[in-house]
Design a protein around this ligand. Structure first.
Ligand code: S3P
Length: 436
């Protein structure tokens, strides 16, 4: 049985302090999977503490991969690579709440010589899987689903390469197909018309795979040859920028804020949030930029300022997909408000994030216009504290903890435990940074 817990958030004066973020969720998933199918040991420091990345490790263990947590904080893991060929799991592979686990790991499972079942929680069981079922089936995997939704029953085997233009902008699908490409007899090519995060490509190279990349227009093309063997690595996962987004937006709410974020992921396919916040008026400076295993890492100094508004549309909506909930949650406190369009994908995330944001903002007394693909939230509004729902969605729970800092009166977030999906220490950390 799931234990529900509420978080109470009181208004703040500003945000002050320094916080090192847990390892990036997207990179942790990929390192967790690739270290399992690599040869030799891997040591991964600052592996994400979130429940989602633990789901990935759980699935890898179920397929014979040995790994151990090595540190007190539980965020250093050592993995003994099993090589490309994994062991048949004795039970269903439980992906929990994690769409990333199910979608990306199915690319690896599709290349195995066994049948396995991938299951997920109630939220994951509602999410669309057709986007990976179609191309993986074209590569030769046999996949049964519940009308395109989980559970997935995958019978894998040697795969045929694919030349695939992705109809939805999705980094999960891109990584899934590149991972499957390792098991294909020939060269797989994946094309995207809108550039999405490239951690799959960068991680494959870090584990020794060769791949060719071309950026053209707003999109990209990646080619990978099958049969390549991976080698284990020693790595440190940069701090999660999508988790840092909550503190960045909190700092942005108060002109007196001062925040330092060391060792933060600065990958250009993820850092659009920093441009947008700077265009809106937040002062951000980046120091000590370095590259680790192909990923850019830097330290951020942030000073709050008065925020203008913005419009997020087109390619920006894909680039900011995980940060839109918190940007929308602070929109009423900006001068001109925020409009979000071309973000229909938000409706099929861990919750329907467009509807969840609109519902919670309205409960706080905000005026909001909702569209099929976005929201329009006027600026200059005054909000009051309210009883809100996380909709069992980590990013909704955390986004409204931030909005609550500028509301009048106390806010209660029901189902706040959802934050543990990506950031178990979120509420304590926020409390430590909040000046009242
Ligand atoms: C992710 C990609 C995004 C994002 C998710 C993580 C990834 O999903 O929303 O939280 O790690 O590749 P899509 O690629 O499906 O848009």
């Amino acid at each position: 049985m799931k234990v529900q817990s509420n978080a109470v958030v009181r208004p703040a004066r500003n945000i002050r302090g320094s916080v090192e973020l847990p390892g990036d969720k997207s990179i942790s998933h990929r390192y967790g999977m690739l270290s399992g199918i690599a040869e030799g040991p891997s040591r991964i420091e600052n592996y994400s503490t979130g429940a989602d990345c633990a789901s990935t490790l759980g699935c890898m263990r179920a397929m014979g991969v040995k790994w151990e947590r090595k540190s007190e904080g539980q965020n250093v893991i050592e993995v003994q690579g099993h090589g490309l060929s994994l062991a048949a799991p004795a039970a269903s592979l439980d992906c929990g709440n994690s769409g990333s686990t199910m979608r990306m790991l199915s690319g690896i499972v599709a290349g195995q010589s066994f049948t396995s079942e991938m299951i997920g929680d109630e939220s994951l069981s509602r999410r669309p899987m057709e986007r990976i079922i179609k191309p993986l089936s074209a590569m030769g995997a046999q996949i049964e689903s519940q009308q395109g939704r989980p559970p997935l029953r995958i019978t894998g085997g040697p795969l045929k390469p694919i030349d695939y233009k992705m109809p939805v902008a999705s980094a999960q699908v891109k990584s899934c197909l590149l991972f499957a490409g390792l098991f294909a007899d020939g060269e797989t090519r994946v094309e995207e018309s809108v550039r999405t995060r490239d951690h799959g490509e960068v991680a494959l190279r870090a584990f020794g795979a060769e791949l060719q990349r071309k950026m053209a227009g707003g999109g990209s093309e990646v080619r990978i040859r099958g049969g390549q063997r991976l080698q284990g690595i020693e790595a440190r996962v940069p701090g999660d920028l999508s988790s840092a987004a909550f503190f960045l937006c909190a700092a942005a709410l108060f002109p007196g804020s001062e925040l330092t974020l060391p060792n933060l992921l600065m990958n250009p396919t993820r850092a659009r949030l920093l441009d947008v916040l700077m265009q809106m008026g937040l002062h951000i400076s980046v120091t000590q930029l370095e590259e680790i295993h192909g990923e850019m890492v830097g330290s951020l100094q942030v000073e709050g300022a008065k925020l203008k508004g913005t419009t997020i549309a087109g390619a920006d909506s894909a680039a900011l997909i995980d940060e839109i909930p918190v940007l929308a949650a602070i929109a009423p406190f900006t001068d001109q408000g925020i409009e979000v369009r071309d973000a229909k994908e938000l409706r099929v995330k861990e919750s329907d994030r467009i509807s969840a944001v609109a519902t919670n903002l309205r409960k706080m007394g905000a005026q909001v216009e909702e569209f099929e693909d976005g929201l329009k939230i006027p600026g200059g509004q005054t909000l009051h504290g309210a009883e809100l729902d996380s909709f069992d969605d980590h990013r909704i729970a955390m986004a409204f903890a931030i909005a609550a800092l500028r509301a009048e009166g106390e806010t209660v977030i029901q189902g706040a435990e959802a934050a543990a999906i990506s950031y178990p220490a979120f509420f304590e950390t926020l409390e430590g940074l909040t000046a009242r």
